[in-house]
Design a protein around this ligand. Structure first.
Ligand code: DP6
Length: 350
């Protein structure tokens, strides 16, 4: 087998949880303590190419054009080790991965990154696993990544190894406006943040107890196509998760002044009858859910909030998929973005 044949290029889309995962039932296996449900997004993408090469003496990786070292490289190698064990091959790999959004700042780059890496690595080495098996492989590296193998609405149950599709994006169309409120990497990674919350927050037990109920509300709302019920439950899930972190000692606080200002603006919009709801992850950006027909108005209102740098408007995105492995990763990302924009952008946003 020639080295150049052992390659695959994948596009995976990030996802934002509407019912949040925060906390592990099993740290060693990375199994979640609570069920989660997310929407995979069209405009947050990762392109990853994996090439297994007999000439390499160790795995090498570049992330957004810079060589990966330390913890990020270790996380890549750990996933590749699992793929080597499954395929009974000992080749090392070259990994090239690029995102079209800010990484490691609460925009779930690990979700799309490990979903893309899982699919690309298994295909490159010649394994044909089911989406569920690849989801399980991605979950072991980052639990939110399990959900990014699937387009539309996907869930990862408590203690589950693999995510599953819940409904297509068309089942309940919505627009998620990502208000980018600050640049730079986040201070506390989600993995560290959840371990610290579990060991020091008196509210962690309450979060684990109540999260499944809010998850049920989110799932019911998605299946019923009820936007308002979904928005209310999603906002509750996010704020309950953040409350458990704020009660940790010392507190974990991802809110920047602009995050709070966006939340206040969304509450005002709601009081004026414009239905919009927020969710927020392990970073200062606020994601605002709204109905497609209100998206333009809500987007303008958010752009006017001091501290909001830009808005990434997203709708439901597709399953992770393979592209021609000989393409350059940047080109793959750019072409896909143009293609998706042309395909998805509603008339109101063109
Ligand atoms: C707040 O999946 O990044 O985005 O499994 O430790 O890698 P690890 O954590 P990660 O956590 C995501 C947390 C969240 C909520 C969510 O996506 O459900």
């Amino acid at each position: 087998m020639s080295g150049s044949a052992l390659r695959a290029l994948v596009i995976a889309h990030s996802n934002i949880a509407l019912a949040k995962y925060w906390g592990k039932a099993d740290v060693a296996q990375n199994l979640p303590a609570v069920p989660s449900l997310s929407l995979t997004l069209d405009n947050l993408r990762t392109a990853t190419r994996v090439t297994f090469d007999p000439a390499l003496k160790a795995d090498v990786a570049s992330l957004d054009g810079a060589p990966a070292q330390g913890r990020p490289l270790e996380r890549v190698t750990t996933l590749l080790d699992r793929v080597r064990a499954l395929s009974k091959q000992e080749l090392f790999a070259r990994v090239e991965s690029v995102n079209d959004f800010p990484t490691a700042a609460g925009l779930a780059s690990s979700a799309s990154g490990f979903a893309a890496l899982g699919l690309a690595a298994t295909r490159a080495i010649g394994l044909r696993l089911s989406p569920g098996q690849i989801s399980s492989l991605a979950r072991a590296s980052s639990a939110s990544a399990a959900r990014s193998l699937f387009g539309g609405y996907a869930m990862l149950d408590r203690d589950a190894h693999e995510a599953e599709a819940v409904a297509s994006g068309r089942h309940l169309p919505l627009v998620m406006l990502v208000a980018v409120t600050a640049s730079g990497p986040k201070a506390v990674s989600s993995t560290q943040g959840m371990t610290h919350t579990a060991s020091t927050s008196p509210y962690y037990a309450a979060w684990v107890e109540h999260a499944p109920r809010v998850f049920d509300e989110v799932k019911r709302a998605v299946l019923a196509g009820d936007f308002d019920a979904l928005g209310r439950a999603a906002e509750h899930s996010a704020l309950m998760m953040h409350a458990s972190m704020i009660a940790a000692n010392p507190a974990i606080m991802y809110f920047a002044p602009a995050s709070v200002a966006v939340i206040a603006r969304v509450r005002e919009l709601r009081n004026q009858g414009r239905t919009a709801y927020i969710t927020m992850d392990a970073g200062p950006h606020v994601k605002v859910l709204t109905r497609p027909e209100l998206a333009q108005h809500v987007e303008a209102a958010l752009l006017a909030v001091p501290g909001v740098q830009r808005i990434i408007a997203c709708e439901a995105g597709p399953d992770a998929y393979l592209l021609d492995p000989e393409m350059d990763v940047q080109t793959a990302l750019a072409q896909t973005s143009e293609h998706d924009t042309a395909r998805h952008t509603p008339e109101s946003r063109k």
